[in-house]
Design a binder for this molecule. Sequence first.
Ligand code: 13P
Length: 255
Amino acid sequence: MNQQASLIVETSSGEMEHFGMKNFLSLIDNYRQETDLEILTNFDHGPGLEECQAAIEAGYNLVHFDGSHLPYEENVKITKILVEQAHQKGVLVEAEMDRILGESRAHLETPESIQASGSYTDPDRAAAFVAETGCDILAVFIGNLHGVYQQEPRLDLERLRLIAQKVPCFLSLHGGSGLLEDDVKEAIQIGKIVKINVNTELRLAYRTTLENVLRGSDEVAIYKIMPPVIAAVQKVVEEKIQLFRQKQTCLFGHQ
Ligand code: 13P
């Protein structure tokens, strides 16, 4: 099924090292030309100013500086510098104030036990952070966790509503795998979310399908091995596009 949707394709630091920034960006450029789709590239969870500057220089459209490990003032300082530099080049900046916990993998712990160790985004503090830094998108922590769990982590949607009322910029929802569809729909309806990050569900589809294909097969030609794996990942992407396509809050055209 051809979804003809605008997309954000992102790489983590690890993926950036693995593919090489230029290779990744060329691949996306090639795909843009072939498909005529609007595709933004994002550097996900950039750990420091230098790494984000390198992504801007290389040609990413969007950089996510994750300063949630830093003291508030230090995070504000670096985010602000990055926003000034990025905007000069027409690049958007996503900032993070409260750490989004978990890792992109299958977890045995309950979501509640991980959520309890986090610091949920406070609407007033978020508004002050955005005013001080001028960031374009704020990654919020409202119970969303990286990874998939035995039960779906529940989102604090009342908190999201308050954040959306107080914060003037767009918002992003990390930890897009393994959420309840109704929570996702309501979060999108609230109106400020322009970016939902999905990783684990794609990786699980890739790995499980690859394992199934290889089991009992002596095939060695990659192009013969990969089609079902690609189809399985594509299925997840298409389902997410369907789910996220509830409401048009548009990031495209803002860069
Ligand atoms: P998931 O691994 O839960 O999909 O989250 C991905 C993510 O938020 C990357 O920044």
